[in-house]
Design a protein. Sequence first.
Length: 369
Amino acid sequence: MKIPAAVLFGVKEDYRIEEIELDPPNPHEVTVKLAASGLCHSDDHSVTGDVPCPFPIIGGHEGAGVVTEVGSQVTALKEGDHVLLHPVPNCGECRWCVSGRANLCDNGAFALTGYAPDGTYRRRLNGENIGAYVQLGTFATHTTVSETQVVKIPEDIPLQTAALIGCGVTTGFGAATKVADVKPGDVVVVVGVGGVGTSAVQGARIAGASTVVAVEPLQFRREFALTMGATHTAASVDEATDLVREATRGVMADVVIVTVGVLHGDLLAPVMGLTSKGGKAVITSVAPIAETTAAVSLFDLAMSNKRIYGHVFGEANPAEDFRRLIELYRTGLLKLDEMITTRYSLDQINEGYRAMHSGANIRGLITYD
C-alpha cells in the first residue's frame, strides 16, 4: 500500500511528506487506518538530536484508528475494531510483563532502532527500508504494527480524542497516580504544564490532592492549568518554592512532578528544595542522552529521606490503564477534548511543532479524517 508519511531525514531538519510503501501485516500484526496522531515532544527529541535515532525515519507514536487488516494468528482483534496504539510493547512473556510492569517490556529495547524486534521492516521509501519511531510511525495515514502495541477501545469514544491517551495523557496521569501515588490531601507541584504536565495536574486532582501548583513560564498555560485542576500557579520554580513554603508552613510539597520539555541536570537541585522530608520527586521529562550530571545534595537526599523516581510511560499497563482513563473521560472527571488546542493536516506538521516550541499549544493533533 502506498501512503503519505512525514519523514525525518536528519537532526534539525523539518519533516518532509513522502510517499512510502507499507507492507500488509505479518501473522502477529495488524494494519490500522489512523484517525489522528498527537504531536508529542518525544518525537521532537530526535529532531533536536537529544535522543539519537536512525535516519530517515517516520515519526509519530501517539495514535488511534480503525483496524483494516489482521495477521493470520491475531485473535484479540478484527477488522473494524477501534484501537489505541501505545509506544511500549506488551509482549506478555518477558520478566517485566509477567510481573505487571509492561512499561518495561524487553521489546522496548527496539524502540529507537526503526525496525521490529525480529529485525525486519514494514516500510520502504524509494525501494529502501525505512524505520518507524517506536515501530508505530503514526505520522502517516496508515501503519502496520505488532498486536502487542494495540489495544481495542469502545466505538463510542471519539478516535481523535482517544489518540491523546496513547502517550501523553497516560504518561502524565500515571506519573501522579501510579509513580508518585498521590494521596488525598497531598501537596503536589507539577513543573511544566504542556500536554504531559496538564495530565499530571489532572491525575493529582482526581487522586485527591488538596493543593496542586502548576509551574510554567507561559501565562496561557498557567491559566489553562487552573481549568484542569491546579489550585495555584507560579511562573518559576523559585516562585513556587516561596508559595509552597508559605502554604505549608515550611513543610514543602509531598510530590514534585517534573514534566518540562527538555530536562537538564541543574533543575534537580531546586526541585529537591521544593520536596518535603520523605517526599517524592518524579522525573517524567526526557533529558539529552549525553547529559550525565545533575546537581543534588546527597546529604539532603539521605538525611531528609527524599526519593527520586524515574519512570517510563507512567508505569502504565496499557490494556488496563487505557480502560480506566476512558472511563474517567466518560464520567467527565478526565478532560481530554479541552487539551486539543489546534488540529493540523499532515502537511502542516512542521507548523504544529513550531507551535509546540512557542508554547502556543497544550496539545497539537494531526487528523486524517
